[in-house]
Ligand binder design. Structure first.
Ligand code: MTE
Ligand code: MO
Length: 231
């Protein structure tokens, strides 16, 4: 890789880093492009203490308390609702321990997640006939994602409020983020604030930038590995 390319990436990497030492900045900016096959999250990444990298496409890490957090669920549903954090706790909780994998190649094994199955939340509001897709929005104001209704109803898709055995931190997209276990990390919207049930597909942030809408681990974005057991 040419010096110019590395310098360019350094500039790109450093631009969005909002916490961490100078040394971490350099490590993040230099190692990531070299070990990656693609640029998801290349801008705005911070090596986390828990083996995750912290991604934010906006260059900042929104911080909202559980008390201030709201999730609006609307579109093709019988009972549109703005959920407060306590409303989530009223729904049955589900726990999963599975790997987390970013499409750029890093993986964290055996991450504990807890939250509400998206399927349970959808049953609570009642999905109307004609619905085919969901669109997720973030209170970072920029990020979007999508799932088909069938994907959204899987048992391993959570509206998550605990991660790594504790409340989802604001760096990781708390107080509430999506966790779509069978797909690459970009499908799991951080700082979740909206879910709209729709009758068509509206591709998400990274999908407008070339990533597969169906982001199955091992079976998308040019990967032909067998899917990871349990993921
Ligand atoms: N709002 C928002 N959600 C996001 C992202 C982002 O930049 N902004 N990055 C995605 C990507 S590419 C990955 S791999 C994971 C990273 O989660 P982490 O920052 O908790 O490690 O979040 C996903 N969800
Ligand atoms: Mo990612």
């Amino acid at each position: 890789m040419g010096r110019r390319a590395i310098l360019g990436m350094l500039g790109l990497g450093a631009a969005g880093i909002v916490v961490g030492s100078k040394v971490q900045r350099v490590i993040a900016a230099v190692l990531e492009p070299i070990t990656s096959r693609d640029p998801t999250g290349l801008t705005n990444l911070i090596p986390g203490a828990d083996r995750f990298r912290i991604y934010t496409v906006t260059g900042s890490l929104p911080n909202r308390s559980r008390a201030a957090w709201r999730l609006s669920v609307g579109g093709l549903v019988d009972r549109p609702q703005t959920f407060r954090f306590a409303d989530l706790l009223d729904l049955p909780s589900t726990s999963l321990t599975v790997d987390f994998q970013c499409v750029t190649g890093w993986r964290v094994h055996d991450v504990e997640w807890k939250g509400v199955k998206l399927a349970d939340l959808l049953d609570h509001v009642g999905v109307r006939d004609g619905a085919t897709h969901l669109r997720f929005t973030s209170f970072d104001g920029v990020y979007t994602e999508t799932l088909s209704l069938a994907q959204a109803r899987r048992d391993d898709v959570l509206v998550a409020y605990e991660m790594l055995g504790k409340p989802v931190t604001h760096q990781h997209g708390g107080p509430v983020r999506m966790y779509v276990a069978p797909m690459y990390g970009y499908k799991s919207t951080k700082w979740l604030s909206g879910i709209e049930v729709m009758d068509h597909l509206d591709p998400g942030y990274w999908e407008h930038r070339g990533y597969d809408v169906d982001g199955w681990v091992g079976r998308s974005n040019g990967r032909d590995d067998p899917p990871i057991a349990g993921a």
